[in-house]
Design a protein around this ligand. Structure first.
Ligand SMILES: *Cc1c(COP(=O)(O)O)cnc(C)c1O
Length: 362
């Protein structure tokens, strides 16, 4: 069994880092104001809500209204058909993944996971461990294909935490093999649902995935929540399990998910893509950073874990720039990633961002 190392003291040191970052954010808000913070995580957690929604945010009234709307826009977002597919809201993508693995754990023995680049998001191996399922992860399609059978749940990551996108040919190959061999196929499309659209790939349900999940705060202006969509009977089974453990999204989150999905525009991502294509990273390279462009920003690749955290915390303290490295949850990717999708990115010049990185390493 392969799983991400969850060493105890490693977890608490990550919590310390998170608390430090939160304190810096609080201080900036108190002393200067929100406009001196610039969220470049690509996960800004917008919360669009209308006056007419507010009076419906009640425990039983809210879900009656918003679950139906979420189903409509959610199925559409994944390219599904309302007659076959259904969409529901979870508290987080991780919660939807956990519920999926929990709900299917009696019917399967193995979870096989194709990632465009290792490692996987930790929620997948961690969930497998809890339910005693054999877990296999690989970035090699052939290693995946010959392990698929009717006792496997096959997961494909659409885009990794560092935004490496699956190749459409590989995606289709694995899905087709699952369909042939009667293996349930589930796309972890947390950011991939939109990144793959940006690269002209079809949405998950158009290419016959059984299930897909996306995060409504990744590359769109929604709350941190997981939208699960797929074949109706499967989604019902998973949602039913999730409800037992309080993993389902509540009325306010459901309302914001609906509004975010309705207002999502691929053009915003296209703009970020263009900015990325045009940005000149040579000052960073000259200063000794190894950089790689992502679809909607860039990452720094050659620092040690400790350096990443130091640089990210200084960028936050001195330049107001929020990155996942500084403010992300324990277990999140440690590389330094800058993303141009958010509203805040539009308020900063490329020079400001590049100088912040260079000056924060000293
Ligand atoms: C972000 C992400 C998740 C988990 O999303 P949370 O909102 O943190 O639960 C899962 N898988 C992938 C590939 C992700 O990028």
């Amino acid at each position: 069994m392969i799983y991400v190392g969850d060493v105890m003291n490693n977890n608490t040191s990550e919590l310390n880092r998170l608390e430090k970052a939160r304190k810096i954010i609080r201080d900036i808000i108190k002393e200067k104001g929100r406009e001196y913070l610039y969220d470049l995580t690509g996960i800004a957690g917008g919360f669009i809500i209308h006056k007419t929604d507010l009076e419906l945010l009640e425990t039983y009234v809210g879900p009656a209204i918003f679950s139906e709307k979420l189903n409509e826009v959610g199925v559409l977002h994944f390219g599904g058909a309302p007659s076959i597919h259904k969409a529901v809201g979870f508290n987080r993508t991780s919660a939807a993944i956990f519920s999926t693995i929990m709900a299917l754990s009696n019917d399967i023995t193995n979870v096989i996971h194709y990632v465009p680049k290792k490692p996987s998001h930790p929620s997948i191996p961690r969930s497998c461990k809890i339910f005693n399922l054999y877990y296999f992860e690989s970035d090699n399609v052939d290693e995946i294909l010959n392990r698929i059978n009717e006792k496997t749940l096959t997961i494909i990551t659409g885009a990794t935490m560092d935004h490496k996108i699956v190749e459409l040919e590989n995606l289709k190959k694995i899905i087709n093999s699952c369909n042939e061999k009667n293996s349930i196929v589930f796309i972890d499309d947390a950011s991939g649902a939109r990144l793959r659209l940006l690269y002209n790939q079809p949405p998950a349900l158009k290419i016959n995935a059984d299930l897909a999940v996306t995060s409504t705060d990744k590359l769109m202006d929604g709350p941190r929540a997981g939208l699960l969509c797929g074949k109706k009977d499967l989604v019902d089974k998973i949602y039913n399990e999730g409800l037992k453990f309080g993993l389902e999204a509540q009325a306010p989150i459901l309302a914001a998910m609906v509004n975010a999905l309705k207002s999502f525009k691929l053009d915003n991502l296209k703009e970020a893509l263009k900015r990325t294509e045009n940005i000149d990273l040579s000052p960073l390279i000259n200063a000794g950073f190894e950089c790689e462009k992502t679809p909607t920003g860039f990452i720094i690749k050659n620092l040690s874990e400790e350096e990443y955290i130091n640089v990210a915390l200084k960028m936050l303290e001195n330049y107001g720039i929020i990155t996942i490295t500084a403010a992300g949850m324990p277990g999140a990717s440690k590389t330094l990633r800058i993303d141009f999708c958010s509203k805040d990115a539009k308020r900063l010049t490329d020079d400001y961002i590049i100088n912040a990185i260079i000056n924060s390493r000293i």
